[in-house]
Design a protein around this ligand. Structure first.
Ligand code: AKG
Length: 466
């Protein structure tokens, strides 16, 4: 039985929609959309594609051939994903050019951290709509895991950022899944054509087995009704994404993707104030699962909670400590930014400016997550003790603040020169009488909630949504 397709994903011209329209219609409503007209001046679209739309594999091989990448064999399944192995880009391209698709079994290069490896090349610039990206902004300055020894290898290889290049011949595909952390993603076709099939989050329970443990792997294979009894009730959106089109994939939408032609795409995962709650909800669900899995050794385990958190990080890519650390530093950066705006403003109108409102919205969403975290773990589990004064001494934090400032100036079209990150230091905050704010120590979610409340009360009166 085929899929019950009930509609297709809307397409809009990127030059005809403002950031705030995009945020209201798609980020906030969590709806997919395809955006055209945003890739014309990318170096990737010039260098990586021949005039007839065929990928310029020779260019990629001779310039980036030495990179080691993950390649999926689309013909073989391993657990919930395709079997993967590592090879160089040159080897992958060699295969693609010299071996027929029947023989090479449809190899698909995935999750190539291209920007991390070749930052100087500037293959593309992230479109405005996707710039409010807390995940990659944070990872550009910090590691996700504080426990460097345990996670160093994993961090270096797979957690360095969530900006990827995908390359695959016609026929390669990605199995049915929802994205890491239930983040948003965007995917831009530098060349080629993809077919997407989407299932809305409201229907996701229908693709799981009776125990809600396993989901369907390939929506086009014969789905066994006795294992997945509700699959037949699902209704789908489809989308054909052409060259130079970018698709926005909202949080928690399961999808399966097929390359209809030889295709190269650029793909980011990210989250921000609009979808942070998705990240926490998934983490909590995964935490409960990790706990349940080892429940029977609880009584003989010295540090059962620690083991649950280590397993959670291994399965999900981050755990409660990582997320909390992230949220605390990110909140500090937003608070510093608010202080900076307050200091440099000449009238009370600064409170109503789009940038101020965006920062407040960010802090409100961080506070919402901290409120939820409060009930999930005893305070010592978070194992941190941070105050703005000492964090301001971290080079990485100053860089984070600076990048945050640049990001919101760009998103909200602020043309005045932005501050120099090196000049806004502890003395400025002291000058503003923010001594207490500076030295408030955050050890647990409660502290963060109080800090955010205090900041919003002291600096601005009425919070609004952006
Ligand atoms: O392009 C693909 O093959 C998969 C991309 C994807 O699943 C995603 O962006 O979430």
């Amino acid at each position: 039985m085929g899929l019950n397709i009930i509609g297709s994903v809307e397409k809009v011209n990127g030059s005809e929609i403002s950031y705030s329209d995009f945020a209201t219609k798609y980020l906030s409503k969590n709806e997919p959309v395809v955006i055209t007209g945003l890739m014309a001046d990318w170096k990737a679209t010039r260098d990586w594609v021949h005039d007839d739309g065929i990928p310029n594999l020779q260019f990629i091989s001779s310039n980036f051939g030495k990179s080691k990448v993950q390649v999926a064999d689309c013909g073989s399944r391993e657990f919930t994903d395709q079997k993967r192995f590592e090879m160089s880009v040159a080897e992958f391209i060699d295969h693609w050019l010299n071996v027929s698709s029947v023989e090479h079994g449809n190899l698909y290069l995935k999750d190539w951290h291209f920007v991390k490896e070749y930052p100087e090349y500037t293959a593309y610039t992230t479109p405005l709509f996707f710039c409010d990206d807390w995940l990659n902004l944070y990872l550009d300055n910090y590691q996700m895991h504080e426990d460097h020894d345990t996670y160093q290898k994993r961090d270096n290889i797979s957690c360095s950022d969530y900006r990827f290049v995908y390359m695959g011949a016609k026929g390669t595909w990605t199995p049915f899944h929802a994205d890491v952390f239930r983040s948003y993603s965007w995917s831009a076709n530098v060349c080629g054509k993809k077919k997407w099939y989407f299932l809305s989050p409201e229907q996701c329970h229908l693709v799981f087995d009776r125990n809600m443990k396993n989901s369907v792997y390939d929506i086009f294979e014969e789905v066994d009704d006795t294992i997945f009894p509700n699959f037949k009730k699902t209704t789908w959106l489809e989308c054909t994404q052409d060259q130079n089109e970018i698709i926005f994939v909202p949080s928690g939408w399961y999808h399966q993707v097929h390359n209809l032609e030889d295709t190269i795409s650029i793909n980011h995962n990210w989250f921000n104030a609009y979808n942070l709650s998705w990240v926490w909800d998934l983490m909590l669900r995964d935490y409960k699962e990790a706990r349940e899995y080892i429940e029977d050794i609880k009584d003989i385990c010295d540090d059962f909670e620690g083991l649950c958190q280590r397993n959670l990080a291994a399965n999900t890519g981050m755990n409660f400590y990582d997320l909390f650390n992230f949220i605390v530093r990110f909140s500090f950066a937003n608070i510093v930014q608010l202080c900076y705006l307050a200091k440099s403003s000449v009238s009370a109108k600064w409170c109503a400016s789009p940038i101020t409102q965006n920062l407040i919205f960010n802090l409100e969403s961080a506070k919402d997550i901290a409120e939820k975290m409060k009930f999930r773990c005893v305070s010592e589990n978070y194992n941190i003790s941070l105050d703005i004064r000492s964090v301001l001494e971290e080079h990485a934090f100053l860089e984070l603040c600076f990048q945050l400032e640049r990001t919101y100036a760009f998103i909200h079209d602020k043309h005045e020169p932005i501050g120099d990150k090196k000049t806004f230091l502890i003395d400025d905050l002291l000058d503003m009488g923010l001594c207490k704010l500076l030295s408030t120590v955050v050890c647990n979610p409660d502290d963060l909630v109080n800090l955010i409340d205090d900041t919003l009360q002291n600096l601005v009166i009425l919070p609004h949504k952006v």
